[in-house]
Design a protein around this ligand. Sequence first.
Ligand SMILES: [Zn+2]
Length: 493
Amino acid sequence: MHLYNKQHIKIYNSLSGEKELFTPISEGYVGMYVCGPTVYSNVHLGNVRTFMSFDVIFRYLKHLGYKVRFVRNITDAGHLENDADVGEDRIAKKARLEEIEPMEVVQRYTVDFHNILNKFNFLPPSIEPTATGHIIEQIEIIKNILDKGLAYEVNGSVYFDVLKYNETKPYGILSKRNVEDLMHNSRELDGQSDKKNPQDFALWKKAEPQHIMRWPSPWSDGFPGWHLECTAMSTKYLGEQFDIHGGGMDLKFPHHECEIAQAEASNGKAPVNYWMHANMLIMNGKKMAKSTGNFILPTEIFTGDNPHITKSFSPSVARFFMLQAHYRSILDFTNNGLLASEKGFFRLMDAINALDDLKSAGTSTFDIKEWQQKCYDAMNDDFNSPILIANLFEAVKFINQIKEGTASLSQDDLDLLKSTIHTFVFDVLGLVNVKESENGTDKLSGAVELLIQLRQEARANKDFGMSDKIRDELAAAGIQLNDGKEGTTFTTN
Ligand SMILES: [Zn+2]
């Protein structure tokens, strides 16, 4: 008997706005598609958070015994700077600025994306298809939509006819918009004059002479519209109808709305049963943006090389921090939040490390089965990782009580406790057991913090010889001190 027969998941479906009992199309199988990154820059921490939410969902579904086919694409063409089909292709622009081939941009940032996700201990998806690898499939879908009379060609470009589509199927069903409002609110942008209506979107764009990334098609040498690739790849690998489609909240409109319209137009069926959206990540209460300096790269968390954090954090601590918020809540990334999570993380790991030395007793003073079901209940309730973590800390409490001799567990219950903790901490949450004593950077930062303090005392005593000596010797050892408004921080090379 599979666990999924006993543990029933409820998923918040963005389409209905309600939590619904999850019933896959084929019993025992789950098809899940998540919109992947556009690989034109280092992966954004907000995207890491979205992908982490679906990594945990993937892990939990697998744990329950489902055979999951998880498709997460790489966007390597067709994503323009502006959602309204205008501006340069993001990858082509980066290639032009750096004077390299677009595929060099794609390679560099795909490698970066994989490296970061590996550090965070992500499971690889079952299939990771690329947009450029599916041009033929995209052209076939466009032909199909043209045949149905729901798209039109103008000057070598093909646009989806939103008004025509809306005559029979509601456009805006996911983001709860209606076409009348959209028409009222949209304005004509430069370069959009080919479209019948501003809310129409590109299925195929004719390439300008300077556009390098181009493919032949029945309409022109050009490139597919961004929304089309996900319809092509999800249909190819998961079928015309599949179980779960996920992505960041920001993709709900227009991207996912367009995916629904394209698939409905092409196949006559609603493509997805459960639409899931992860909320955004902000930093220090504000939107994260490179331009304002309120920004951190994922790798800077591991090195500590960023003014918004006072030390480095291991990937597992950062992962633990992010999973302490539910995927549908906004997550505020702060130094204090990370410090608190680090304490909690090591408290959890200490308890897990103590498990093997626990002695069993004749009787149990806890109902482990009931506690175990509470862990499942948390994940069954729309993958509520913070509630799961709260339950894990319940276990930490009674592990410590057993250690102190104020509580006891029978051998069977002790075994069940161990296996349940391992399942949820390592298999489902995807954390890695790091002992605090093995956390090398922690020891180093402790020592450097002490030297920073001694240097401050020397400066306060006007002993500038000593304060300079500390700074220079540390620099010689590859540790740079940075004096700022909020005190001194350090970076290592
Ligand atoms: Zn997509």
